[in-house]
Every structure is written in C-alpha cells, then in structure tokens.
Ligand binder design. Structure first.
Ligand code: 13P
Length: 353
C-alpha cells in the first residue's frame, strides 16, 4: 500500500500547488452563512460548494480539495457528483473524517476530537466513493495556562490512531493539530506550545507505526495571539514557524500544508511567501511548505456570492484571486501589488510556474 500512498501525498504537496479546505461542518458553514444573511439550507450549501468546484482555472493553483460528508454525496445542477467535477478538473478529492472537538473529561475548557468509533467502515466507504486522502483536526487552546498534558496527549493519540486507520484504508492522512490564535499570548509562547504538541504528535505517530512519507502535516503558523499587544512582522513569524517545524517535525514527512486559522488572507499569503522566499526566515526547509486554507481562500468569495446566483462569476474570480496569491506564495513570488491589481495575477502566476 505504501508506494501508492506516498505517490498521492507527493501529488498533493509536491506539485507546486496547495490544498483547498472546503470541509466546514454543517454548523460551521451555517454560522458563516448566517453572518452574511445567506439561508442555512442544504441547497444553499450545495450551491456554494458547486460554485467552488466549478471555478475555472482552480486546478492551476490547487492540487487537492477537502470535502465534508454532506458535500461528497451532493450533485451539481446538471446531476454530476461534485466529487466527479473535482476529479474531472484534475483536483484530488479528500474528506474530513473527524466528528468534531468535544469537551475533554476533567479538563474544563479543553477538548478532544472524536470520531474513532466506526472510523474503519467510514474510511472504506469514502475510499469507495473516490476520496484519496482524509483530514482530522485537533484543537489546542492557549488561554488561562492551557494546554494540559492530558489535552495534548489525548489529541495526539487520536490523531495517530486516525492516521493508522487511513493508511490501512489506502488514504493519505492529513494530521492537523491546530494551536489556536485566540488569546493574548506572545509569539514565543505559541512557538513553545506548538513545538510541544508536534513533538507528542510524532511520538504517537511512531508508536502507531504510521508511515511518515505518506503523512501530510497541517499545522498552525507560529503567531502571537490575536489579543497580544505585540504583533510580530512577517519575517519574525516565518522564522519562528520554520524554527519550530525543523525542531519537531521529522524530515521524512511528505509535506507541510498550513491552516490559516483566522488570519487575514493577505497576511497568510505574505507569511507563507516569506517561508518559501528564503529571506531572513533562513535556509530551505526539508519539506514542501504549502497551504491548506479554508477561510484565507474562501472568505472574500463567500461575501461576494452572498447566496445570489447573479454573483457566482464575481465570487469565483475572488476565489481564484486568493488561490493565485497563495500559489505565488509557494514560489516566493507573492507581492502586495497582486492585491492592488488582481489582473496582474496572470503575470505573477506565469512567473511562478
Ligand atoms: P482555516 O484555513 O479557515 O483555518 O481552515 C483550515 C481547516 O481546514 C480547519 O480544519
């Protein structure tokens, strides 16, 4: 099983493209729709996901897309499965398989991600439907002296058991331990906790015999908390993130695909660009450093669409713009000027490819 899995992992992270997370759970998707006055219905979610997967040119920047259970079963207006539209466009389909973060017993304010019960059968079904990779997100908060060792260990063990089940089923696991941006902590505290979490995650992955060459790590960038008075610059964030990864992530891992975690889209692009541009952030990393963003790619497009059919083309252009900016960032070719004049994207993209 392993050579095919390694090949899939390389196709996802080694092609100079990134991933699009479009796997918001129904409650999360509905919350984002509600904030924009979009009806929270099955058909509105279907229409929005159809808008995304039918965006012309998306596969120039995007190697894989992560779907949600509802979406992988849905069809476009012509009756074609959305997963087939992705595959026809040359985008590898994946699936979110965790069932969400639930309160961790005896640890108020902390969560452990659930979904291991019955996972073997669900993975077999998704593989049969054409999914080639999966995602599981663990959530680690930093406020009020957290996280506890119990929270880190419980989440890391669940990630490792999920990853082993994925590889058994022929799916590449995306392992996502997210250290949240919420709070007033400094950059150094985020670096310390992110490093500790990654260390335990790889300890558990090794214990479960997970093949690292067929694993994609989806970490947070190392950032100061949103409420921290000192907001460090792009180069400091890139340097801290790379240092933290080099110290705690084995070189054998297929690639690193960052989540955006609530960063503004332009910030996420600039920081990713700095990591790939080889500036103060330092030497080249042992892994491809790509993106697996949801909000930092989708948010402007969702606002423009606003649930209106008449806005689909403009929303697709906005989606493609953010995808192109992040694609350029993989090649150290992202420039602020791309934001001022999106028409320049084409030129930047040619430069980057
Ligand atoms: P964000 O990029 O919005 O953080 O989402 C990434 C993701 O997939 C969270 O699980």
């Amino acid at each position: 099983m392993t050579p095919a899995l390694v090949e899939t992992a390389r196709a996802l992270v080694g092609a100079g493209k990134g991933l699009l997370a479009m796997d918001e759970s129904t409650p999360t998707c509905d919350r984002r729709f509600a904030a924009l006055g979009i009806p929270q219905t099955v058909d509105a979610r279907r229409a929005y996901r159809e808008l995304i997967v039918t965006t012309p040119g998306l596969s120039d920047c995007i190697s894989g897309a992560i779907l949600y259970d509802e979406t992988i079963r849905q069809r476009d207006r012509h009756g074609a499965l959305l997963i087939d539209r992705l595959r026809d466009a040359g985008i590898i389909p994946g699936i979110k398989v965790d069932l969400g973060a639930k309160p961790l017993a005896l640890h108020p304010g902390e969560t452990v991600t659930e979904g291991l019960d019955g996972l073997r059968a669900r993975l077999a079904e998704y593989a049969g439907m054409g999914a080639r990779f999966a995602k599981w997100r663990a959530v680690i908060g930093l406020e009020d002296g957290r996280p506890s060792d119990a929270c880190i260990r419980a989440n890391a063990q669940a990630l490792a058991r999920y990853a082993a089940l994925c590889q058994e089923a022929g799916l590449v696991p995306i392992v996502e331990p997210e250290v949240l941006m919420t709070g007033g902590h400094a950059l150094a505290r985020c670096e310390e906790v992110t490093g500790a979490v990654l260390w335990v995650v790889f300890d558990e992955l090794r214990t479960q015999s997970v093949v690292l060459e067929a694993v994609i790590l989806k970490p947070n960038m190392v950032l100061p908390g949103l409420a921290c008075a000192q907001q460090d610059g792009v180069e400091a964030v890139a340097a801290a993130t790379l240092r933290c990864l080099r110290r705690n992530v084995p070189a054998a891992v297929a690639g690193v695909a960052f989540l955006s975690g609530g960063q503004a889209g332009e910030d996420a692009s600039a920081r990713l660009n700095a990591m790939n541009a080889g500036g103060d952030a330092g030497e080249r990393s042992p892994w491809p450093l790509v993106f697996s963003f949801a909000r930092a790619i989708q948010q402007p497009a969702l606002g423009i669409w606003a649930g209106q059919e008449a806005n689909v083309v403009a929303a697709q252009q906005a989606l493609l713009h953010r995808a192109r900016c992040n694609h350029a960032a993989l090649h150290g070719a992202y420039r602020q000027a791309m934001e001022d004049q999106p028409a320049r994207d084409g030129a930047a993209r040619r430069l980057a490819s």
